[in-house]
Design a protein around this ligand. Sequence first.
Ligand code: ZN
Length: 392
Amino acid sequence: MSLTYRELLEETKAQIEEVDALMAQRMIAAGARAIDVREPDEVEQGALPGAAHIPRGFLEFRIEDAVPDRDQPIVLYCAGGARSAFAAKSLRDLGYRNVVSLAGGFGAWKGAGLPWTVPQKYTAEQRRRYSRHFLLSEVGEEGQRKLLDAKVLLIGAGGLGSPAGLYLAAAGVGTLGVVDDDVVDDSNLQRQILHSTDRIGLPKVESARLTIEALNPDVTVVGHETRLWKENVLEIFRDYDVVLDGTDNFASRYLINDACVLLDIPNVHGSIFRFEGQASVFHASQGPCYRCLFPDPPPPDLAPNCAEAGVLGVLPGVIGLLQATEVIKLILGIGAPLIGRLLTYDALDASFRELRLHKDPDCPMCGRFAPTSLDEIEYTDAACAIPALALA
Ligand SMILES: [Zn+2]
């Protein structure tokens, strides 16, 4: 016996649970996942805030990645409530136990006067460029929008800033600030992959801009061709969401830490020495800062000189990409950041180690007597920063 469409829809609706718009809103507020099963051109006209978008045709195929937990409550919706009813039946058959369909769909939601948003549109080029991100439910169109809206400051367009900058640009981080007052030198090219032989003598900020904008025209490079001083650091940092520390000297490292603590900006730290490197995320409102570990810089005569120390050319690639990965996780709000953890890498052993870091209640920068400005803090000049813990 065959059914008409109308009969099939009625039969399906009898087997699933439907809710009205107000009930759907309550469920979503209580943690239910809203999933929009309409086609992309419909979603572009407007959608529920925070809804995941999985077109009906891909639902069975992608739902296990998007919602691995079959007990997770789900609110499905389409334009009028028919496609989401069939979708609810299908998810029920896949073992999802708490699935409802929004009766009347997005039309009923709007009719009830509930909030909705118009997702910003992507161009056809952007859809192709970021297609692999769109396929990840943890990123998706909404996550990609966060990346495009994000402002990340790279301190140094050198060994660490180069790989990090390239990958952040490729990933579509929309604004990349670059602080560097140096020019490209032929001894940089063994590891600083933003630059090239024909750019020797060019300011690194300019060379970084050329490389990054050629890779991804969505990215705006903001050049800061200066050294960081306590007189300019807050002004420069203030506009950014995340700072990536790719410096190689102690003076800058402390200054960057202190400015990030004062402005409550996460500081994604990396350092390299010979065959070893380390990475962490210092975010004083959520964990330790750099001074919780090392309250004061070592005297300059005890700090080795980077130019003499040497570094394996590929090593900053590994550490810089760990930093870039942390930056992207912070922007997207996914995964477990390296806050309170120091990851060390030994290239010769091919081994990673993790050290737990603790917040020091008496830390001179984020502890109970912390300063509220940089005015009273003294910063000594230069001196190469060796990763003290990695050597310990
Ligand atoms: Zn601290």
